[in-house]
Design a binder for this molecule. Structure first.
Ligand code: HEM
Length: 491
């Protein structure tokens, strides 16, 4: 595949249609959840106060909706990217989408009807004690998480099957020839997006396994078959499951960048030895950084704490050194086309680096002692999600609809991309400032002394929503033609 060739194969219609459905459903959810984010910010600012009951219900829906929306949008995008090379089952993708939407409905019902408000990652004694909602609402929300897990299994299973189907199987898909024989050039090296699809699918399957280890005992507790699940066990397991899922989003989304940015830089992004080693390392390293959320649990075995500390730093290397520096090297001096897609993708690289740096700071034990339960944590994960993952996914949806509909990317839309960047960066910088001044997180009511940060953040949130409305409008205008072209193939 040459870097200037179209990135999509329009004859692969069924997979492209499923991929577009994932991107639209996932990013549509992100847009609605963004409005809920604005509502919470207005509450923090004291400008539109909602009751604590509603605040925590909104916060729970926002967190769960955002993480899963971005994950499934990214899976869809990655499926489209790899479909140029391997055969992903469109049927499996549609089944995964139906499961994802069913899971969302369960969680929405649990929250809106059952008043479930335990947060996206539920900490003991919740969800069954000290609650303001019925036990059945807790079970419904957990059933939603279970069905989300099933959807991930279906999608990851389909990806892994596709990437390992060629002769050479998993070994080839993971580019082990490059890892173990860097000096022996192979004519048939796996391209980075296929390598990334393989790695993230493997991680997704293990992660759902961890989720089951957490969810099944809680179902047993609700059914009265288990007295009470151990608090430390449930915290460790939920964060291993939930934090890994949030982390996975950025790695899946990176596959869209590896598959698309070369087209705008007019240079190939090759599976060099560092790229192959780094992505193989992620299979293991992604399971460590979660434990910087556990430093405050003094009963935790010391070995686990040390492992978590080292793992938080080690986990940063593959992304920082390989993808971030790799992306910068790709575009440096390349005469990059500063299209809306390229702007959003490079913005996303910045968000990934900056949000990751915020996480690394939080992983330093003395910093963590002071910062962990403040808005600093909210700042770091919003940075790599809204500036990073969401920018990658919006960029890719914009790119797909432009390429398929054969309508060139409009120069004017670059302003929407920059507006998005200004809004997202302004919003997260204010979260960071809030954290640096020890404003606590997950507080429904903010003292008047804290409210200035949220007030200053609101115009930036509005900018994001304006930019998304603009880009979303452009995408919708091209969607019909793009969809039809997946039915008739290249013209
Ligand atoms: C318009 C953009 C957004 C705004 C205004 C916004 C705002 C907020 C606010 C105010 C909170 C509550 C923080 C607290 O008091 O602790 C929050 C929590 C959260 N947000 Fe966002 N957010 C946005 C985008 C995103 C994105 C893109 C993600 C993607 C993953 C995300 C994921 C989360 C999560 C996981 C939580 C924590 C929920 C919990 O603690 O259970 N947000 N957001």
């Amino acid at each position: 595949m040459t870097p200037d060739a179209p990135t999509l194969n329009a004859t692969n219609g069924p997979v492209l249609r499923a991929a577009i459905a994932y991107l639209v459903a996932g990013l549509g959810t992100v847009a609605v959840m963004g409005l809920l984010g604005l509502l919470m910010r207005l509450d923090h600012a004291g400008m539109l106060v909602v009751s604590p009951d509603w605040f925590y219900r909104i916060m729970t829906l926002h967190g769960a909706g955002m993480i899963t929306g971005l994950l499934f949008a990214s899976f869809g995008g990655l499926a489209a990217v790899v479909s140029a090379e391997v055969r992903v089952s469109a049927r499996a993708l549609w089944i995964g989408l139906v499961l994802y939407l069913t899971a969302m409905m369960l969680v929405v019902l649990a929250i809106l009807v059952g008043r479930f408000a335990a947060g996206w990652t539920v900490l003991d004694p919740l969800p069954y004690q000290g609650k303001t909602w019925s036990e059945s609402a807790g079970v419904a929300a957990y059933a939603g998480y279970l069905v989300t897990g099933l959807a991930i299994v279906v999608v990851c299973g389909a990806m892994l099957r596709a990437t390992t189907a060629a002769p050479g199987g998993l070994r080839r898909a993971l580019a082990w020839d490059v890892v173990f024989h860097p000096r022996r050039p192979s004519p048939d090296v796996t391209h980075p997006p296929v390598l990334i699809a393989t790695v993230t699918a493997m991680v997704g399957l293990v992660m759902v396994g961890v989720g089951l280890v957490y969810l099944v005992p809680l179902f047993l507790e609700a059914g009265g078959l288990v007295h009470h699940v151990d608090a430390l066990f449930s915290k460790n397991a939920v964060l291993l499951f939930g934090h890994t899922m949030a982390n996975l989003c950025v790695y899946v989304a990176a596959g869209m960048v590896y598959g698309t940015l070369p087209r705008y830089a007019h240079r190939p992004w090759k599976t060099t030895w560092p790229v192959a080693v780094a992505w193989n390392a992620i299979i293991l390293l992604i399971f460590f950084p979660w434990s910087h959320h556990l430093y405050q649990d003094f009963v935790q075995p010391l070995g686990l704490q040390i492992l978590g500390n080292l793992g938080s730093f080690a986990g940063g290397f593959p992304s920082f050194i390989v993808t971030i520096v790799g992306a910068l090297a790709l575009v440096y001096g390349a005469g990059l086309e500063w299209s809306p897609t390229a702007i959003l993708m490079l913005l996303g690289i910045w968000g990934w680096a900056f949000g990751g740096a915020g996480a690394l700071l939080d992983a330093i034990v003395p910093v963590n002692q002071v910062m962990h339960n403040t808005m600093w944590v909210v700042a770091h994960f919003h940075t790599y999600n809204i500036v990073g993952v969401a920018a990658f996914a919006w960029a890719y949806l914009y790119h797909v609809t432009a390429e398929l509909s054969q309508a060139p990317e409009r120069r004017l839309d670059r302003f929407a991309a920059w507006l998005y960047g200004i809004g997202a960066i302004g919003m997260v910088v204010l979260f960071f400032l809030e954290g640096a001044h020890s404003v606590p997180r997950r507080y429904a009511t903010h003292d008047p002394e804290w409210q200035g940060y949220a007030r200053a953040a609101i115009p930036f949130v509005v900018l994001i929503l304006i930019a998304l409305g603009w880009l979303g409008g452009e995408v919708l205008a091209r969607l019909g033609r793009a969809w039809r072209r997946t039915r008739i193939g290249p013209t």
